[in-house]
Design a protein around this ligand. Structure first.
Ligand SMILES: [Zn+2]
Length: 303
């Protein structure tokens, strides 16, 4: 009883404590320069969430495996794909809808599939995920898919979440975990400017960090991408996101809204059962053997 009251409820559930943003360069065992964007303690040991600035690959690493390199001199990071994209995609103008990465920054021979899991009482799109596994079998490699997961979806759909993790373990899909906020605030009928994370009393940092903690507690690694609920944001949120080291992810091919994908497009569908039209619209793309699905970070790094 004493132990339970001494630690926070989150720590009691996940074993993760003192989860906090940092922005520091560190060196890996092999001397590679990495950027640490989070630090936390788990079972008494210190860990970092690091970003590889050339590839944008993220990793959870014990602090003991790294050598501190001091606070980054950002001029030395200029020109790396991560830092260039983080800056360019959080610069003005601050459109209220669909800001950030909406299309590949370099020419690529393929498209990017992003699947949103907003909170929902419906079952997820099991047939769609099974179809992705069939595409993987056809192509002989796990199909890359960026899954934008909200904390509230994950908490309410534990067995479906487990099935996705299991599908990746079986190499049926290759998941990039995109943060879609923890609560995914939304009120029907409110204009965008007062809705989603622009609602009053939104604790934006908590929305970001709690989702990451949930992923890490599950043994997963958050990516550098964040998708704003409703694709709605403002200057304040985008600049906060930049400080947290994350890149806003939009879409130029939200299929249910009648948009079509072309090379370099970021395709958006909902996997949470709330938008069956998008799931129908993506079928011809999945059936088309000429369509190459690419990992999301290649929208920034190219191939
Ligand atoms: Zn959403």
């Amino acid at each position: 009883m004493l132990l339970l009251t001494a630690s926070s409820p989150v720590a009691a559930q996940t074993g993760i404590e003192d989860y906090r943003p940092v922005f520091e360069t560190v060196r890996a065992e092999d001397g590679r320069k990495l950027i640490a964007i989070r630090r936390f303690r788990r079972n008494g040991e210190e860990f970092l969430l690091t970003v590889e600035p050339q590839s944008l690959a993220t990793q959870i690493r014990p602090l003991a495996w790294t050598v501190a390199d001091g606070t980054p001199d950002t001029s030395k990071l200029d020109g790396t794909p991560y830092f260039s994209a983080l800056t360019a995609l959080t610069n003005p103008p601050y459109k209220i809808e669909n800001t950030g990465l909406v299309h590949a920054m370099l020419p690529v021979d393929g498209v990017f599939l992003t699947v949103d899991l907003c909170p929902s009482h419906r079952a997820y799109e099991a047939h769609f995920f099974a179809e992705l596994a069939r595409v993987s079998a056809r192509e002989g490699r796990p199909t890359p898919v960026a899954i934008s997961i909200s904390g509230y979806w994950a908490l309410e759909h534990q067995s479906e979440w487990t099935a996705l993790i299991e599908a990746e373990r079986r190499r049926q899909i290759d998941i990039t975990w995109v943060n879609h906020s923890y609560t995914h605030r939304y009120a029907r009928g409110l204009p965008d400017a007062q809705n989603f994370l622009l609602m009053p009393n939104t604790d934006f940092e908590r929305e970001v960090l709690k989702t990451e903690e949930l992923l890490i507690a599950r043994g997963l690694t958050p990516s550098v991408f964040f998708r704003f609920p409703g694709l709605v944001s403002d200057e304040y949120l985008v600049l906060k996101l930049r400080k947290l080291g994350l890149i806003p992810l939009g879409a130029d091919a939200w299929l249910a809204k009648g948009r079509r994908a072309k090379p370099g497009s970021i395709v958006l569908v909902h996997g949470n059962g709330n938008e069956p039209l998008g799931i129908r619209e993506v079928q011809p793309y999945l059936a088309d053997t000429r369509v190459k699905w690419l990992p999301l970070r290649e929208a920034i790094t190219g191939r």
